[in-house]
Write a protein that binds this ligand. Sequence first.
Ligand code: IMP
Ligand code: MG
Length: 181
Amino acid sequence: MIEDVTQDPAIAEVVIDEARLQARIGELGAQIARDYAWKNPVLVGILRGSIMFVADLLRQLDIPASLDLLAISSYSGRDSSGVVRLIKDLDHPIEGKHVLLVEDIIDTGLTLNYVLRSLRTRSPASLEVCTLLSKPARRLIDLPVRYVGFEIPDVFVVGYGLDYNQRYRNLPFLGALRVGA
Ligand code: IMP
Ligand code: MG
């Protein structure tokens, strides 16, 4: 039997549907294109959760821009371990470049804090953050975030790149995971 993830009983509800996601990404893309005209920004996607977002955001930029990726690991299950590991570094130096870090979700802020500290030491011309989602209620570290797609309440969301134990990344929308699932 083919499993239909959109009908999975572990998904309690749709939090942000595909149309709303894409509309907001269009707005973010337009804003970033204005702010970064002539700056040739490097979008740095944080693997794996931000892959859908960084791909769609890049598609919305009608200015020259490049892409690099880094991979970190901070979570197992629902809770941040607080320990962040760099699994894959950037492929290219960012010294003197305008870097826009693209994240799926900022929860406690621990992950982003680690990544920002690491990238700052490489002397980029500028370093800003664009996150699709933010859960302000959970923040432990206050960080400067220039672009936020949606602020959401303290619910664990999956889909559109975000996972729960590596599942549900393939959903085209953001759904809330049923408590106890
Ligand atoms: P932070 O270090 O607590 O800010 O966690 C950031 C990372 O945790 C994100 O990049 C996600 O990979 C993961 N994360 C946080 N909240 C959620 C969620 O609701 N669903 C899926 N992943 C999440
Ligand atoms: Mg992530």
